[in-house]
Design a protein around this ligand. Structure first.
Ligand code: SAH
Length: 200
């Protein structure tokens, strides 16, 4: 939580969520001893979970008040989804690796996150079954936010996503306005794993 504060997170609900969600429950068992460090960790399938202060910063930018339906693209082992579950009414999260999605379901169940549903699939198509979403957070990097995500947002909804080339990206916040995404704020430079579009 101290790291999230240092990163500039001031929202009391977000800080409380960071305090109450045990990160060690969302990393591979052999890395539990490192879960308290504000550093990225490997989660299997050649993927990583970001440092928690960055995840908290991205989640805070969604300005959730507890009433929202939220989509996360890129579940990993579910840490960010668990934070979102504390901050929104209903969370859907989609992961393309079945092994990670299965493990995330177990982690979320063990942590008592009942309002988070894990889906397996390609999040570049969004998740039309449960749309529209009040907010979307993307946990993997792409050159642009997929068009499906824009179509599945409510008017005025936020998207927070790392956007840029495969080397480095910026976390950008956009607002859905008149059926388009309007850039609101460039937040921080980052290096995320790529958002992979599966063949149709
Ligand atoms: N949100 C996670 C971070 C996971 S890393 C956390 O809190 O730790 C990003 C994840 O996005 C990886 O697990 C990767 O497999 C997944 N991913 C990449 N492209 C995807 C896509 N098109 N659809 C769904 N998940 C995707």
């Amino acid at each position: 939580m101290a790291a999230a504060r240092r990163a500039g997170v001031t929202d009391a609900r977000v800080l409380e969520a960071v305090r109450s969600v045990p990160r060690e429950s969302f990393v591979p068992p052999d890395l539990r001893g490192q879960a308290a460090d504000d550093r990225p960790l490997r989660i299997g399938e050649d993927q990583t979970t970001s440092q928690p202060s960055l995840i908290a910063t991205m989640v805070a930018a969604l300005e959730l008040d507890g009433t929202e339906r939220v989509l996360e693209i890129g579940t990993g082992l579910g840490y960010e989804a668990a934070l979102l579950g504390q901050l929104a009414a209903e969370v859907h999260t989609i992961e393309r690796h079945r092994s990670l999605a299965d493990a995330a379901r177990r982690c979320l169940a063990d942590a008592g996150c009942e309002n988070v549903t894990v889906h397996v699939g390609d999040g570049t198509r969004g998740l039309p079954e449960h749309a529209p979403y009040d907010a979307v957070v993307i946990a993997a990097a792409a050159g642009r936010v997929p068009a499906a995500v824009t179509e599945q947002l409510v008017e005025g909804g936020w998207v927070v996503a790392p956007v840029g080339s495969s080397g480095t990206q910026q976390v950008v916040r956009y607002r859905a306005t008149g059926g388009e995404l309007v850039e609101d704020r460039r937040m921080v430079p980052v290096r995320f794993v790529p958002l992979v579009e599966d063949p149709r």
